[in-house]
Design a binder for this molecule. Structure first.
Ligand code: ZN
Length: 218
């Protein structure tokens, strides 16, 4: 996820508790066989059918050296491994990497729901591939990076976040971002209309209002 804000905000120093919260949040809004962990919170899981998501929290130094700035991103392909040659039993496991930029930790929930939606689309595309082709090559195959499949997955993450955290978590900005992606979609109006319909009415109104405040023509 890259944002319109190039100005750096927030810092990890005053957010020392965030890595543990990130791991908890990601695990609560994803299916039970997804295992999200950082180098310090959680660990790799070899149970068959597990999707291991390694969450790499960049240091401020690493974030300063990025060629292209991002808020968060999925890094590389989803890898599949056969457990048997590793002596870990029968079946397959998958792994994918995600990176978070510490300068944007004030929007980490939104960034994480967004990136996990990309992971869900990648997982879905991997499922439709023959097993022999999966090894190390499954990537997001939706022609449009933020197409209808992505939006459905993003919506699902937002709903799960709301269900998991209730009043503790404000998901307004997540819905706002969802509506922005629907609006930017290069798709038929009928597809857009359907996707807009999946957002709560309030979120749609907020997006519309925000758009007008920004002076963007509808
Ligand atoms: Zn994205």
């Amino acid at each position: 996820m890259t944002g319109p804000h190039s100005q750096k905000r927030g810092s990890m120093e005053d957010n020392t508790n965030i890595p543990a919260q990130m791991v908890e949040f990601a695990n609560r809004i994803t299916p039970p066989n997804w295992n999200i962990f950082t180098a310090y919170h959680g660990r790799f899981n070899y149970a068959p059918n597990t999707l291991n998501v390694w969450l790499e929290l960049l240091t401020e130094e690493q974030a300063d050296d990025l060629d292209e700035e991002f808020i968060a991103q999925v890094r590389g392909a989803m890898w599949f491994s056969d457990l048997e040659p590793m002596g870990k039993g029968k079946g397959f496991i998958a792994k994918i990497d995600m990176q978070m930029n510490p300068f944007f930790f004030d929007v980490w929930q939104e960034a994480m729901a967004h990136e996990l939606a990309h992971v869900a689309v990648t997982r879905l595309s991997a499922r439709s591939m023959p097993r022999s082709l999966r090894f190390g090559i499954a990537q997001n195959v939706e022609p449009e990076m933020h197409g209808p499949l992505f939006l459905k997955a993003f919506r699902c993450m937002i709903l799960r976040a709301k269900a998991a955290y209730g009043k503790e978590l404000d998901v307004k900005d997540m819905w706002f971002s969802y509506c922005m992606y629907v609006d930017g979609l290069k798709q038929k109006d009928s597809v857009k209309k359907k996707l807009f319909g999946l957002a709560p009415k309030k979120a749609y109104q907020q997006w519309y209002q925000g758009k007008q405040n920004l002076g963007i023509d509808s």
